[in-house]
Design a protein around this ligand. Structure first.
Ligand SMILES: NC(=O)c1ccc[n+]([C@@H]2O[C@H](COP(=O)([O-])OP(=O)(O)OC[C@H]3O[C@@H](n4cnc5c(N)ncnc54)[C@H](OP(=O)(O)O)[C@@H]3O)[C@@H](O)[C@H]2O)c1
Length: 227
């Protein structure tokens, strides 16, 4: 398989970091972002050029715009764009979630995804190809107590992605993805100690990366799950 250009938001830890390593091991070129400057610096040291890692908060439309302009100019549109960055609220009934925490979950999980789509998609449409995978969740198709803000954002991602799929020209795909249940910081936040009984991000990435590379126009608009 020829080398693909992969863009991953939330690459500094968890699923994003594990996918970056696996795509690179497989011979692909990875660009990614996260907020933690120390983690981004470490990624730059471990994986030099042609890969590229930047400190970008996806909730900032201006920062995403500048990042996209730079990357599109130097490397052109990505073949595969993974909207992976997200936050989860601290477990609590909805009426006890502070307004600023609720807003932040919306800002990153919904508006952040829209910001990335706003600034990267036009170049992909112009080229007439590319796959966008928006990370949803089991909680984008079902619900549980104490994670209502997170559920709201992931249900939104399912709808946003299926509408986007209807807007895309042939040759492209927008796909909502439930990655499964994986032991990351996010899972530890909502599952506590039982998170450790689930696969690690590295174990998951070995299954997820070939699955992601197999997605194409025929999957446009289809909710998918990494099995
Ligand atoms: N783990 C699971 O079992 C599970 C299940 C279903 C769905 N998911 C979904 O899978 C994706 C990855 O989850 P995960 O478990 O890997 O989460 P995680 O361990 O909490 O990692 C989240 C990543 O997103 C980045 N991030 C957060 N806010 C950001 C922002 N504003 N701008 C840029 N990057 C940001 C974080 O880095 P910084 O802190 O450096 O910014 C980190 O790299 C998420 O969309 C999540 O909802 C996960």
């Amino acid at each position: 398989m020829s080398a693909k250009t992969i863009l991953i938001t939330g690459v500094s830890r968890g699923l994003g970091r594990a996918m970056a390593e696996e795509f690179i091991r497989d011979g692909h070129i990875v660009f990614g972002c996260g907020r933690s400057s120390s983690a981004i610096e470490e990624l730059r040291k471990v994986f030099g050029k042609p890969h590229g890692f930047d400190v970008v908060d996806v909730a900032s439309d201006g920062s995403v715009k500048a990042w996209a302009a730079r990357l599109l100019k130097s490397h052109g549109p990505p073949d595969l764009l993974l909207n992976n960055a997200a936050l989860i609220n601290k477990n609590a009934p909805l009426w006890k979630v502070p307004a600023d925490e609720f807003d932040r979950v919306m800002d990153v999980n919904i508006k952040g995804v829209a910001n990335v789509i706003r600034h990267f998609t036009p170049a992909m449409i112009e080229k007439g190809r590319g796959v966008i995978v928006n990370f949803s969740s089991g909680w984008g198709r079902s619900t549980d107590a104490e994670v209502a803000p997170y559920c709201a954002t992931k249900w939104a991602i399912e709808g946003l992605t299926q509408a986007l799929a209807q807007e895309f020209p042939g040759g492209m795909a927008a796909i909502p993805l439930n990655p499964g249940v994986i032991n990351t910081d996010m899972l530890q936040s909502c599952f506590g100690g039982s998170a450790s009984s689930y696969p690690t991000a590295d174990q998951w990435a070995k299954r997820a990366v070939p699955f992601l590379l197999g997605l194409g126009p025929k999957h446009n608009g289809q909710p998918m799950t990494v099995s």
